[in-house]
Design a protein around this ligand. Structure first.
Ligand code: R5P
Length: 296
């Protein structure tokens, strides 16, 4: 078995190859002057099981195409099985036709990965697990709750875990179960599909003098978290912590979040993170997943 990382791997392949004791495969990568991607395998991969790590942010489309080049070439060169680890699977939020005529982007992405021959797909906390039905092969969606707990345990006291929308409810329930003496609450979020603006339904929650953890899968513009955090601050919450799986932090997202009264922000390192966000390393989660595949 060989492990390699493309331009969106965030260097995860280095630690992983050490921990699972498998060879790191170097890949030559460059851009042509006009911006087209080039990749070349510099070692024979015939008959090998190959793990390719590529997260799809930033520059989702570029990173995706690079992944297609790598998978297709690996298959062409005679790899036995190709396992792709995509810590952040972009396009997962466009999982249905919200407005007539829209693309179901995650379907297109996963159909393409199936078509070029990905044998196994591993991702972390995909926006909706049922989207994996569009992938025609084996897949694993890794649950990061244990990693969240390893960071938050001992930091937060008697917290209220907050799901900022229905989609985050499961996450809040799981997190609250693993944190002692915690409760959870869920808000309803309404998003205008045309303008993208959001509003939350008011929930009469007693957070006075208590720590709060807002948990979500993705933070993009920060609007969802900032909206809820301001409200909870007004209701007298003590410390407000935010934990997410994929911290994209577009534009001023992070300063918006801190201005809303948040004390600390944690994110898995599925994508590159800005200063001001405490990273949670996904290496242990990926190690467990790789070992469970029993590759040779
Ligand atoms: C959407 O349902 C997701 O789970 C997140 O709540 C959303 O992507 C957050 O976006 P933003 O940070 O732009 O509010």
């Amino acid at each position: 078995m060989l492990i390699t990382g493309l331009s969106g791997s965030n260097g995860l392949e280095v630690g992983l190859s050490r921990v699972v004791n498998k060879e790191l495969l170097p890949i030559e990568m460059k851009l042509f002057p006009d911006g087209e991607s080039y990749i070349r395998f510099v070692k024979d991969v015939r008959g090998e099981d190959l793990i390719i790590i590529q997260s799809l942010y930033p520059n989702q489309d570029k990173k995706f195409f690079e992944l297609l080049l790598a998978v297709d070439t690996a298959k062409d060169l005679g790899c036995r099985r190709v396992i792709t680890i995509i810590p952040y699977l972009a396009y997962a939020r466009q999982d249905k036709r919200f407005l007539d005529g829209e693309a179901i982007s995650i379907k297109t992405l996963l159909k393409t990965l199936s078509f070029i021959g990905v044998d196994y797909l591993i991702t972390i906390d995909i926006h909706k697990e049922e989207s994996l039905k569009f992938f025609n092969g084996n897949s694993m969606n890794l649950d990061p709750t244990k990693l969240y707990v390893s960071k938050l345990y001992g930091v937060v006291k008697n917290p209220v875990v907050v799901a900022p929308d229905q989609g985050a409810l499961d996450k809040a329930v799981k997190l609250s179960k693993l944190l002692l003496n915690s409760t959870y609450v869920v808000f309803r979020k309404f998003r205008d599909r045309v303008t993208g603006s959001i509003r939350h339904e008011v929930v009469d929650v007693d957070v006075s003098g208590r720590d709060v953890i807002i948990v979500d899968d993705i933070i993009s513009t920060g609007g969802t978290v900032a909206n809820i955090a301001s409200y909870l601050r007004e209701k007298g919450a003590s410390n407000i912590y935010v934990v997410c799986s994929h911290g994209l932090f577009v534009g001023e997202a992070l300063s918006k979040i801190y201005s809303s009264g948040v004390s600390r922000v944690y994110s898995l390192n599925t994508v590159p993170l800005p200063v001001g966000v405490e990273p949670i390393d996904i290496t242990p989660l990926l190690t467990e997943a790789i070992l469970s595949l029993n590759l040779t």
